[in-house]
Design a protein around this ligand. Structure first.
Ligand code: ATP
Length: 346
C-alpha cells in the first residue's frame, strides 16, 4: 500500500483517453503535489478538460491509471473520490438563495442545521459574500455567482478542487481581480487546486506549477518562470508568451551554431545603427518594418539582414506614440545577452 500522506495528491500513470479515432489524451504521466495550485494550460482541444474529467471520475481512462493521494481511483465513481469541481457555467440552483446553494451539499449529507449555518457563513466570509446569503443567483453579478460556485465546492472540504475555466465568462478586469482572489483563497484553505485554462497569462499569474498540453500530450511541466524563461519545445515557446525562433543560417550568423533557439522580445535591446554594444552580446542588424504602439510599451518588428524577422518589445519610458511611429524604415542594431537564448530540442 502506498503511504497516502507522502504520495502525490494526483498521479497520472501512462493515461490515455480515446474517443473513437481521437486521442484526446495520449499517454500522459504527471504528478501534482498536495497543496499546489496546478494549471493545465493548452489550446482548445488539447486534452485539458478530458484530463480533469478523468480526475473527477466523469471519464474513465482508456488505458493507464489515476491515483489520488496514493490510491488508484481509475475505476471509482465520482462520488467516491475526495474531489469537487467548479464548472464554468457555475450550475447554481436558480430558485435557492445563495446560502441554500452553498449549504446544499451539507444538507444532502444530513449535517445538522446549526453546524450547516455556521459553515455556510464561514465559507461565505472566505469568498467575501457574507452579506449576500439571502439573495438569489439572478440578483448577483457574474463575479459574485462565480464565488458562490466556489463556496459551494469548498464547503465539503474536498482535498482536491478542480476548476474548469472558471473565469471564462467574466470580463477582463473582473477576471484579473478574481485570479488574485482565487489564488489567495487557495493559499488560505491550503488544498490542491487543479485549474484548466487556455489563457497563458492566467496560468502564469496563478500557478505554482503548470503543464502545457498540445494534441493530447504534455509538452512541458514547470513553474511559470521555468516555462516562460526555459521553454523546452518550439510549441511551448510560441504558446506561452511571444517568442522569436531563429534557426539554421540565421542562428549560425548570430550564435555561431545552427541550432534553433528562442529569444523573448523583451530581452532584446534596440539601438541606433553604429551604437557600441558590450562585448559578448548577441548582435544583429536590421530594418524596422513595423511599429505597434501599445500604450505601456511598443512592439517593433525588425527584418534582419541575416534573413529573418524578430519582434522586439520596449517599455515606453521616455517615448510617446508620436516619437515611435517615424521609426518605421530605420536601420537599427539589436543586441541581447546570449544567456537568454533558449536552445530548442529537435
Ligand atoms: P477546450 O479548451 O476547448 O475545452 P480541451 O483542451 O479541454 O479544449 P478536450 O475537451 O479535453 O480539450 O478535448 C480533447 C479532444 O477530445 C478534442 O478533439 C475533443 O473534440 C475530443 N473529445 C472530448 N470529449 C469528447 C467526447 N465525449 N466524444 C468525442 N470526442 C471528444
Amino acid at each position: 500500500m502506498p503511504d497516502s500522506d507522502s504520495a502525490s495528491a494526483i498521479r497520472f500513470v501512462n493515461v490515455s483517453r480515446h474517443f473513437g479515432a481521437v486521442k484526446a489524451v495520449d499517454d500522459i504521466n504527471l504528478d501534482i503535489e498536495d497543496g499546489e495550485f496546478f494549471t493545465l494550460l493548452g489550446p482548445s482541444g488539447s486534452g485539458k478538460t478530458t484530463s480533469l474529467r478523468m480526475v473527477a471520475g466523469f471519464e474513465r481512462p482508456t488505458t493507464g491509471q489515476i491515483f489520488l493521494h496514493g490510491k488508484d481511483v481509475s475505476n471509482l465513481p465520482p462520488y467516491e473520490r475526495d474531489v469537487n469541481t467548479v464548472f464554468q457555467d457555475y450550475a447554481l440552483f436558480p430558485h435557492m438563495t445563495v446560502a441554500e446553494n452553498v449549504g446544499y451539499g451539507l444538507m444532502i449529507k444530513k449535517t445538522p442545521k446549526p453546524e450547516r449555518a455556521r459553515r455556510v457563513q464561514e465559507i461565505l466570509e472566505l469568498v467575501h459574500l457574507a452579506n449576500l446569503g439571502e439573495r438569489k443567483p439572478s440578483q448577483l453579478s457574474g463575479g459574485q455567482r462565480q464565488r458562490v460556485a466556489l463556496a459551494r465546492a469548498l464547503i465539503n472540504r474536498p482535498r482536491v478542487l478542480l476548476l474548469d475555466e472558471p473565469l471564462g465568462a467574466l470580463d477582463l478586469k473582473l477576471r484579473q481581480a478574481m485570479q488574485i482572489e482565487l489564488k489567495n483563497i487557495q493559499q488560505q484553505v491550503g488544498i490542491t487546486f487543479v485549474y484548466v485554462t487556455h489563457d497563458q497569462e492566467e496560468a502564469l499569474t496563478m500557478s505554482d506549477r503548470m503543464a502545457v498540453f498540445n494534441l493530447g500530450k504534455i509538452e512541458q511541466v514547470g513553474t511559470p518562470a521555468e516555462i516562460y524563461e526555459r521553454p523546452a519545445t518550439a510549441f511551448v515557446a510560441g504558446f506561452v508568451g511571444v517568442s522569436n525562433l531563429l534557426q539554421g543560417d540565421v542562428a549560425q550568423a548570430i550564435t555561431g551554431s545552427p541550432q534553433t533557439f528562442a529569444i523573448r522580445p523583451e530581452k532584446i535591446h534596440l539601438a541606433e545603427t553604429g551604437t557600441e554594444t558590450p562585448a559578448g552580446q548577441c548582435n544583429a542588424a536590421g530594418v524596422i518594418r513595423d511599429v505597434i504602439y501599445l500604450g505601456m510599451y511598443t512592439r517593433y518588428v525588425v527584418w534582419l539582414d541575416a534573413g529573418a524577422e524578430l519582434t522586439v518589445v520596449e517599455q515606453n519610458l521616455h517615448t510617446t506614440s508620436m516619437d515611435v511611429h517615424h521609426l518605421r524604415g530605420q536601420r537599427v542594431q539589436l543586441s541581447w545577452n546570449p544567456a537568454h537564448n533558449q536552445v530548442i530540442g529537435a
